[in-house]
Design a protein around this ligand. Structure first.
Ligand code: SAM
Length: 397
């Protein structure tokens, strides 16, 4: 038996530093380098913090010689796999924090060193570099801190930098649409946000309207999850946000009253159709939605002969189903008297959910029948039997 004491496992303190930094919001990025495994072309993994469906997650970008592959995983899953890769196959890991740089290195002989030095990243992670040009909101607004977007010093938390971008971009689009819709002349404006989640956009819209002269904004968030409704109402009360409230409700059964602007960002599958339908029925001046998953149409879609070489690939079929779903939505909105735009929203956590369908009520007459014929042609081309929004609108015709 050897008398040599076992080498202490330095992965533990390294991982503890990583775990603590995530909890304390001081994490900027982690790079796993000096790859010695057998995956061809793999050089390093770049890890950042992101938020997916309100949950903190890790985005792991596998950098190959000629491409990058991104995997978004839960924090627990990410921490587990990082731990498993330290020392083998990655011989170095460099942790960039707002408070320090921490590095773990393995020599070829397996000797491990852990070092800690001064931080090389200042308070602003790279995703926020273009904050100035994107900013629609003052980061010192108290609601941002209450919702956990900023800290006490009014700095955007690293994990919220993408959400920050999203809020700003959303407000930019909102403001344009608001000005072009004639609503700026109205005394009262009622906005309903379906699937309001933690209320980032709901608070932001209320804040924007509160800053406008001569307009009184009433903003209502409708959310399935009770805990989020409670959280948002508490924050709205504490911050004395008059005219902002949240209600627990399901978009599929919610009874809508008069509303001027309907928002639905990332409402799942046909929940987007239900929300659009509600907006049309309430004669909303503006309908803004960023569709989420598109499950209804894909299983119905057949592949027209000429497109078979393209649609033989599952990924293409998925993209086509999204395009067809949203195009039919756009046509049905046009047939209901809206001018429709499809915009690129922002890239959310590297997902494809970055499309925004923006519809603004237009007084000009439309040839409804001709538009509905386009819908029928599109459906027939792909063999689609049913589209939720069409069914909802037909039921009340
Ligand atoms: C992806 S989150 C988006 C939250 C928010 N709109 C945003 O962009 O930050 C979707 C939210 O919709 C809620 N939701 C899902 N289905 C719903 C339904 N049928 N009715 C109301 N809310 C729903 C979820 O609980 C979740 O909070």
């Amino acid at each position: 038996m050897s008398d040599t004491p076992p080498t202490p496992d330095k992965r533990e303190p390294f991982l503890a530093a990583l775990r603590d930094s995530l909890a304390e919001e001081t994490f900027v990025k982690l790079i796993l380098g000096k790859y010695r495994g057998d995956e061809p072309g793999l050089r390093r993994i770049l890890i950042r913090q992101i938020t997916v469906k309100e949950e903190p997650c890790l985005s792991m970008v596998y950098c190959y010689k000629d491409r990058e592959v991104t995997k978004n995983v839960s924090r627990a899953q990410g921490l587990g796999s990082i731990y498993g890769m330290l020392g083998d196959p990655f011989m170095s890991a460099h942790l960039f924090l707002l408070t320090a740089n921490v590095q773990i290195e393995y020599s070829r002989k397996g000797r491990c060193t852990l070092s800690r030095g001064k931080p090389s990243c200042n308070a602003v992670p790279s995703a926020e570099h273009d904050r100035e040009k994107e900013r629609m909101i003052d980061p010192a607004k108290p609601f941002l801190a209450a919702l956990g977007v900023t800290n006490k010093e009014a700095r955007v938390l690293p994990s919220m930098s993408r959400k920050w971008k999203q809020i700003n971009k959303f407000l930019e689009i909102f403001q344009h649409a608001f000005e072009s819709s004639g609503l700026a002349e109205a005394e009262r404006v009622h906005v309903v946000d379906f699937g309001s989640g933690k209320g980032y956009l709901t608070f932001a819209v209320h804040d924007l309207l509160s800053g406008m002269e001569n307009v009184t904004g009433e903003v209502t968030g409708i959310e399935l999850r009770d805990t989020l409704v409670h959280f948002c109402n508490k924050a709205a009360t504490t911050l004395e946000r008059e005219g902002l409230s949240f209600q627990q409700g399901d978009v599929s059964s919610y009874t809508v009253g008069p509303l001027d602007i309907m928002i639905a960002l990332h409402a799942c599958d046909t929940a987007t159709d239900l929300a659009i339908h509600m907006g049309i029925r309430a004669e909303a001046k503006i309908i803004m939605c960023a569709p989420c998953c598109h499950k209804q149409i894909r299983p119905q879609m057949s592949s027209p002969d000429a497109m078979a070489p393209m649609l033989q690939f599952g990924i293409h079929m998925g993209q086509e189903a999204e395009m067809v779903t949203d195009s039919v939505r756009a046509l049905l909105l046009e047939a209901s008297g809206y001018k429709v735009k499809m915009l690129e929203f922002v890239s959310l956590e590297h997902t494809s959910k970055n499309k925004m369908l923006l519809a603004v009520k237009d007084a000009r007459p439309v040839d409804r029948q001709a538009i509905l014929e386009k819908v029928a042609t599109l459906k027939a081309f792909y063999g689609i039997r049913e589209h939720c929004l069409e069914t909802l609108l037909a039921a009340e015709a």
